[in-house]
Design a binder for this molecule. Sequence first.
Ligand code: FAD
Length: 493
Amino acid sequence: GTRALVIGAGLGGIAAAGYLAAAGFDVEVFEQAEGPGGKAGSEMIGPYRFDTGPSLLTMPFVFDEWFESLGMRRSEHLGFVPLAPITRYFFSDGSALQSYSQRELFLDEIRSHTRENPEHVHDYLEACRKIYATAGSIFLRNSLHEKETWLSREFLRALPGLPFIGAMTKMDSINRRYFTDPRLIQLFNRYATYNGSSPYKTPGTMTLIPHVEYNLGAFGVEGGIRAIPDSMYAAARVKGALFHFSSPVEKILTEGHRVRGIRVGGERIESSVVVSNADVLSTYEKLLTAPDSPEARRYRTLEPSSSGIIFYWGVKKSFPGLGLHNIFFSSDYPGEFRWIFEKGDLPEDLTIYINITSKLSTADAPGERENWFVLINAPADCGQDWQTITRKVRRRVLEKLSSRLGIEIPPLLEAEGILTPPEIESRTSSTHGSLYGIASNSISASFRRHRNRCRYPEGLYFCGGSAHPGGGMPLVVLSGIIAAKLAIKNRRP
Ligand code: FAD
């Protein structure tokens, strides 16, 4: 078969590799780390196990489709568990609320815990469904940079609905239209952070994210998130993809307009197809020597998505009041996003996300203990003093949690790991440590992530969070499938 080389074994790279191998390509993957998964990593700290990156799974059908395209059944390799509740929300006024993707359960919760008319929530989630139905599959499943997409029957069918997908308004404005209880506005504004953006800037179209979580469901993964890269890696290998770890790619080789292969460990490996799962900017800046293309120049000007400061805490106590996913909201949400996206710093009062996988997989923490993954949204790295910032943030988080949970947390910590934006960058080559590639803080940024098939050099394809359709586990798997399909279509005899 034709040879295809994949740079990086993140979820996007594994997805592309498996798809291409199943289509008859001779696939080799080169990953700088010691194992597969990229941001979706796993780590032991003492007796506690942590998923180091993603924690919530949505759009499980994307994984079903990927395994199917390899001639396999997802359920035989990877188990998903629907969550009920999904997340426990703790508001700054002391009240709390649980979210559900089971509509009746959620509306009951709204009825008993808020001042909102549950019908508003119902109408809102149905409006989100419509946006997804109009825009979702076109934007998520196709390259936006191929004329076939714009000429497709699917696109023509969606055309009349496109003025109504909220592209010209902001997510926060749409949420204010539906809700009067400020807690629900805050709760649904939070979904902008799923792609590393601000709800006050990201277009209303992003309300398709709540549709995905509330109407299509949120899931836990048997064996932890790390079972996703592990099972996909195993499946891609069964199809014949070869993986090389501890193998940083040094250069993408070109000749004229075309890709010729890559250089790894000083060795030249020839191929007319190269798929980069590395961050788009780091591919341009570190791997390509060719002069800047207009695409590369445009990409450089885009705002990176937010990053995060993550504390991995082994806690020697169990908290029945906490669930698998927990959010402790700040009192000033607009202010928090201004700090992150405009000042490049963090506010005094922080929104805190805690994921406790030992609630689902007891083996992740010993006895009456819990593994807390604590994520604070943070600005992308632009040279801030992260040591000082992290020290301050750690103190504020511990103070807030101690006060909200009514017990001093610091004496309960018996294991700790910390991940900061510069470390995210150095581990996965994600430029500025951004979690989701570029931010969707404007219409053009939302709909113009980097193309999956490069014009220049030809033969280079992009998949992963910084390429279309964007970050998040299911989306990067879609990007791997789109990139693979384009490589198959453009295969040279
Ligand atoms: P990455 O995971 O970035 O992998 C790229 C790979 O390429 C890396 O392994 C890197 O080592 C390798 N590489 C780069 N350069 C080279 C080179 N020159 N040579 C060889 N290899 C190279 N998503 C969700 O769906 N739900 C969540 O709850 C969620 N939470 C998150 C929380 C955190 C803290 C983080 C960090 C991310 C989160 N995400 C979440 C996002 C999700 O993890 C990512 O979108 C997804 O895993 C990224 O996959 P990717 O294919 O873009 O590549």
